[in-house]
Design a protein around this ligand. Sequence first.
Ligand SMILES: *[C@@H]1O[C@H](CO)[C@@H](O)[C@H](O)[C@H]1NC(C)=O
Ligand SMILES: *[C@@H]1O[C@H](CO)[C@@H](O)[C@H](O)[C@H]1NC(C)=O
Ligand SMILES: *[C@@H]1O[C@H](CO)[C@@H](O)[C@H](O)[C@H]1NC(C)=O
Ligand SMILES: *[C@@H]1O[C@H](CO)[C@@H](O)[C@H](O)[C@H]1NC(C)=O
Ligand SMILES: *[C@@H]1O[C@H](CO)[C@@H](O)[C@H](O)[C@H]1NC(C)=O
Length: 788
Amino acid sequence: MHFSSQAHSLTHTSAMASTLSILSFCSLLVLALVLVQSTHSAIIPEPKNSIAKHTTPHPSSSHLTYIVQTNHLAKPSKFTTLDHWYTSMVPTTSSRILYTYGTVIHGFAARLTDGEARRMSSVPGVTRVYKDRVYHTQTTRSPWFMGLHDDFGAWPDTDFGDGIIIGIVDTGIWPERASFNDTGLGPVRSTWRGKCVDAEGFNATLLCNNKLVGAKSFTVNLTVPECDDPSPRDYVGHGTHVASTAAGAEVPSADLYGFSGGRASGVARNARIAMYKVCVPDARIGCPGSALIAAIDAAVSDGVDLISISIGGDADDPFYDDPIAVATFGADRRGVFVVLAGGNSGPMASTVSNVAPWMTTVGAATTDRVFPAKLRLGNGVTLTGQSLYTMKSKGTSVVRLVSSSCLKDDLTPDKVMGKVVVCTLMAGAGTGFYVERAGGAGMVSQQWMDRFHDAVMAATFALPGVMISDTAGKKLDAYMSSTPYPVASFDFACETVTGENRAPMVAGFSSRGPSVLAPEILKPDVVAPGVNILGAWSGGMPPSSADVDPRRVEFNIVSGTSMACPHVAGAAALIKKRHGDWSPAMVRSALITTAGPLDKNGRNIVDSGTFVDGAPMDATPLAAGAGLVLPRLAMDPGLVYDARTEDYVDFLCTLNYTAEQMRQFAPEMSTGCGARTIPGGAANLNYPSFVVVFDRTNDGVRTLTRTVKAVSTRPETYNVTFAAPEGVAVTITPTTLEFKRKDQSRSYTVQFSILGKVRPPGTWDFGHISWENRKHRVRSPVAFNWQI
Ligand SMILES: *[C@@H]1O[C@H](CO)[C@@H](O)[C@H](O)[C@H]1NC(C)=O
Ligand SMILES: *[C@@H]1O[C@H](CO)[C@@H](O)[C@H](O)[C@H]1NC(C)=O
Ligand SMILES: *[C@@H]1O[C@H](CO)[C@@H](O)[C@H](O)[C@H]1NC(C)=O
Ligand SMILES: *[C@@H]1O[C@H](CO)[C@@H](O)[C@H](O)[C@H]1NC(C)=O
Ligand SMILES: *[C@@H]1O[C@H](CO)[C@@H](O)[C@H](O)[C@H]1NC(C)=O
């Protein structure tokens, strides 16, 4: 979910919620959901204990939700339908079946006791029974920043993605927002099978239109019944924001309190939106895997062209234990492209999630917009941070600074009255309300634990406040410890400064490779704008996402890989419009091989989470993938690396999956993999990027093969170029590829070998391979890993 400063304030506010009723607590927990998603659980204490204190015990705690995957091909003939068969399996009453799946997987979810689940797993025809699990949700100038132009290129060429249907699996939608106005759009295509479902407070006839063509909630029958929500309405803001980023209509004038003002547009502004709501406020439930499968199943069966999922789990859940991986495999098999957020657990290595090769995995980058605000210290030093302070004043007088944890108990009038509070724990705009309540004059919050550095996420402070970088925080600390009476004043410019910062930079919080599950598949694939993104917002959630905040806004500015993901969904919609017959892998290949590794000034994209001597390092492909998605180039990639279901089956076999595990993905594989595998290992999957591991088994020589397919109508010849780290020899055969016509495929092999000195085990290094001619450049990042 949005990795914003406001998220962190939630820790504090949820701890204060002792007197709330269960229902309002349920909605407050939305915030906890933000928090949990947006932080690394190993570092930030999860608010689980405080939640448990305030909720009633589980009504039927002996029953848990289980996902039962069946082999529909093995249905006993005495049952006429799959439903009959499933009902027969569930003890006592069929009413405990929560979801039935029939498109991306077969099976159902049901509330079962441990014993029932165990017995059911040995029923003939049942592939796997496993416990449900919890997932969490992980402008606007950003489309223009990605190089889109109103008058030429990808936008007019595709009629802005008109008619493409994007399925969004998220927290729901606030349909009244201007981004979902369908003026000028024709009817949805007649083959569309999705619909908007009426619910209390959601009159589908009134609220759905030619923009919002589907809306359904899968958040019913949850383990905490008070949180059941049959309405697709979004009370969180996340889903509304994501939907407007992918396919929001053009809004001539949008802003948040004057910030980021201007024309707003989704990346595919004429594409249509189908919302599948899967997340609920209670953090223990979050976005249940059982609901995620149901939503993906429904989206594919409704006929969406692609699916955007800004939700993630742990980086180390095996694919067979991960309902998102299992369900999206089925979506890919049906030709549906899926794009997912890579997670907000950076900048530590091996944190990226949603890493299956049939997924397109997106990291977050900054854009060229900042919201500067100044803190002038008593020693004459001025610190510049960012603020979305709503401007009751242009500045403040000089007042005392006081340091505080900014937890509620520490924000007492005797401590903070008339002072500016410097929070030692990261706190957001929500905390500002407690500072104000205790008479505080303002607050300063720091980006947290060296993770964000200078790519500051701005917060919607309602009192004078600023978010400062880690570097600025160190200067502030030094000043505060140098004098017994530290003082400062604020200076708010109240402006949105465009084009003066270095951009894009990889956001510090963006999760990093290598992938734990499949280290030989380079992830994330690409980055897209995900810091301080303006998008439509829910009328049920304040801009700070804090319960104490009475404000409501039409647009909000938030950050996260959740915000980056729908930018790529929009780009994919434009590609699908132009190339309706492309497989999901071809779309992904186009996005990867045309992505930009350079920033707007032609320098390498830097990593705002990795500093050496105060300067950001160049972002590696483990942080940035192939670089920033550039839709205008992705429309015409020249060559693509294709892969189909059989290739992913081979890939899973290469991971040594058992027959049972394989059947979860491919029910027809009754006897398992046998001799199936990718010769040479997972690195030989026909993926548009490379990971080269030098280890003892290959003696420092690795030979990989790839096949590229021409997608241009004209005959073309390509020459290869490459870059490799010192000490690695690269031999590519052949060095020229000739294509006489569209759809022709050509293979090449690359031999990578270590020359001379071996690097220390665990070292990573990087290069690229690029097939080029005057018209096209088909570039693949290469990551080298020494394990020898
Ligand atoms: C699920 O919830 C609906 C109401 O939203 C209810 O009618 C139905 O009986 C519930 N199903 C189960 C299995 O509890
Ligand atoms: C949709 O946009 C049109 C054109 O800008 C405007 O006239 C109309 O009032 C809008 N509809 C809604 C429901 O806001
Ligand atoms: C939804 O709105 C339509 C049009 O105003 C109205 O006819 C219908 O009765 C409403 N449906 C519900 C369930 O309120
Ligand atoms: C799969 O098994 C083979 C043979 O035992 C082994 O060499 C290989 O390392 C295994 N692969 C993985 C990913 O565990
Ligand atoms: C490929 O390289 C050869 C030799 O340098 C050159 O003659 C040819 O024009 C190049 N072709 C393309 C498509 O760049």
